[in-house]
Ligand binder design. Structure first.
Ligand SMILES: NC(=O)c1ccc[n+]([C@@H]2O[C@H](COP(=O)([O-])OP(=O)(O)OC[C@H]3O[C@@H](n4cnc5c(N)ncnc54)[C@H](OP(=O)(O)O)[C@@H]3O)[C@@H](O)[C@H]2O)c1
Length: 275
């Protein structure tokens, strides 16, 4: 049986993953901001830790406590997070700082505190839940995309650092999943963009509102996909979830390749002669 540390098991993807692992007899040590998480232990064992991940000390304390409880942790899933939508120009500094605290600095603090334990174990899998917004940003999500891109970059470099210790890292980028993500309870919005952005951000904001409850992604199937990932002998560094994520990622790759080709001469023009 496997021991999982999962942040944000109160709702959405984290809850679906925790529920699936408990049903199969795994141990789940999960964080939540509430003490009432309606999860059934099933064949497994649930340990609920209280943590507000906007507080880095809370994040670090939770992972340390998890190792105290379990002794060994096989999979760490940095899942908790939320989005901030709206025009960058209208984003309040404190809202962006809080977003980065939860979506970037909490995973950093958790991973940093976990690494001595994982190195001692000589194994472990760190899964960072990012977003397709971090790889192929759309309009109206600049700072959320920035936060998730940061987590993607952190994951990719970290994977190189910890590979010699037998530790695996995967950045999982979901497309739109039918969770609370776009609900008023989760998503944060910057002040209305006003006339200047009405045709752009205003329309994307309306599209996000309309998408709530209609997303194609099924959280239960995402939980199954994460199990397939963990079971693999050769897990990927990057994993997309959902056909919308696949479409956006491929389109972005094509666009980047075309741009690199178009500007190749300028790119090559900056080396010292003979370098
Ligand atoms: N659903 C999507 O379309 C989608 C797409 C791409 C990426 N993602 C990513 O997937 C992850 C899971 O999101 P979801 O779709 O499951 O959304 P969700 O249903 O809104 O659940 C978000 C989870 O994160 C937790 N959380 C938020 N802020 C927190 C904080 N300050 N401290 C502790 N926990 C906090 C929530 O706990 P509370 O109940 O205490 O608020 C909840 O458990 C996030 O990282 C999100 O960015 C989601």
């Amino acid at each position: 049986m496997t021991t999982w540390f999962i942040t944000g098991i109160s709702r959405g993807l984290g809850k679906a993953l925790a529920q699936a692992r408990l049903a199969c007899g795994d141990t789940v040590i999960g964080t939540a901001r509430t003490t009432e998480v309606p999860l059934e232990e099933g064949l497994g064992r649930l340990h609920l830790l209280s943590a507000d991940l906007s507080d880095g000390d809370d994040a670090e304390a939770a992972i340390r406590q998890a190792f105290e409880i379990a002794g060994r942790i096989d999979v760490i899933v940095n899942n908790a997070g939320y989005g901030l939508l709206g025009a960058l120009e209208m984003a309040a500094n404190e809202d962006v700082e809080r977003l980065f605290s939860v979506d970037v600095f909490a995973p950093f603090r958790i991973i940093k505190a976990a690494l001595p334990f994982l190195r001692a174990q000589g194994r472990g899998h760190i899964i960072n839940v990012t977003s397709i917004a971090g790889r192929a940003p759309g309009i109206g999500s600049a700072m959320y995309s920035a936060a998730k891109a940061a987590l993607e970059g952190m994951s990719a470099a970290l994977a190189l650092e910890v590979e010699p210790f037998g530790i695996k890292v995967t950045a999982v980028a979901p497309g739109a999943f039918r969770t609370d993500f776009l609900s008023d309870h989760s998503i944060r919005k910057s002040d209305a963009a006003g006339a200047a952005y009405a045709e752009t951000i205003g329309q994307s904001s309306a599209a996000f509102d309309a998408a709530h409850g209609r997303q194609a992604g099924d959280p239960v199937l995402a939980a199954q996909a994460l199990l397939d990932l963990v079971k693999s002998d050769n897990p990927p560094l990057h994993l997309l979830l959902g056909t919308d994520a696949l479409r956006r990622a491929r389109s972005k790759i094509d666009q980047v390749a075309k741009e690199i080709d178009a500007w190749e001469a300028v790119t090559r023009s900056t080396d010292f002669v003979g370098a």
